[in-house]
Design a protein around this ligand. Structure first.
Ligand code: SF4
Length: 231
């Protein structure tokens, strides 16, 4: 587990060494794939992990899996941001192990982000509501928003969020939020009327990230803003 400069997180946690695969145009400049290329060629990297970063079978790192259990201070932890936790190559047994660790760490808040929400939906169907886990989809344009957000909304989870980065085109997600209105003033766009949700804003064309919880509450924020975990 590593400290991170991602503003809304304290740590990133990557229990699986893996190489992801492109699924849509938002993957074109994927930093994970660039990093995986470097790790696959790094002679200091363990011999069992280098093939995984090169595109072979993923490898579970048992010591890394347990890392959140050893961290007592409540922290915000991004899960498997080095890849996609719901990639087809990730074994169900590994997912169960990762979710067990999260369940056993109620002091932490975990953030999962995927471009494969169908696999997420299949996996979480029987999990029940997990209070300390936020489930998110990454979208980059209207087409991927319209494809991934409705599946996220079908997931029987308590906390949902959206990441729209890199933003490759204008996205309107108001239709998914029920009761929200978009207003514009002095070049900034705000969402209002989202129940108990947070109200964020952004300049036209900027990347945005948002959080959805049950009942349609929402948080949107500019990339530079700090994040609050609305519940
Ligand atoms: S799904 Fe995410 S991690 Fe995988 S290739 Fe695309 S951007 Fe990279």
């Amino acid at each position: 587990m590593k400290k991170t400069n991602i503003q809304y997180l304290d740590y990133t946690w990557n229990p699986v060494s893996m190489r992801c695969d492109r699924v849509s145009p938002g993957c074109d400049n994927c930093w994970h794939l660039r990093m995986a290329n470097r790790l696959a060629a790094n002679p200091m990297m363990g011999l069992e992990k280098r093939p995984a970063y090169a595109g072979g079978n993923p490898v579970m790192d048992g010591a890394e899996l347990d890392a959140p259990l050893k961290l007592k201070k409540p922290s915000r932890i991004g899960v498997q941001f080095m890849g996609d936790l719901f990639h087809e190559k990730i074994q169900s047994a590994w997912l169960s192990g990762i979710f067990n660790v999260m369940k056993n760490c109620p002091q932490h808040t975990f953030f999962i982000l995927t471009k494969r929400p169908k696999h997420l939906l299949n996996f979480v169907a029987g999990l029940g509501e997990l209070d300390n886990i936020w489930f998110g989809v990454s979208v980059e344009n209207q087409e991927t928003a319209d494809r991934r957000i409705p599946i996220l909304l079908q997931c029987p989870v308590k906390h949902r969020w959206i990441s729209a980065e890199p933003l490759l085109g204008k996205i309107n997600i108001i239709k998914y939020l029920g009761g929200c209105n978009e207003t514009e003033e002095h070049g900034r766009t705000s969402l209002q009327g989202c129940g108990n949700g947070r109200i964020g804003n952004r300049h036209r064309g900027e990347s945005l990230e948002g959080s959805l919880s049950q009942g349609g509450s929402l948080e949107l924020r500019d990339k530079g803003d700090s994040m609050s975990t609305a519940t």
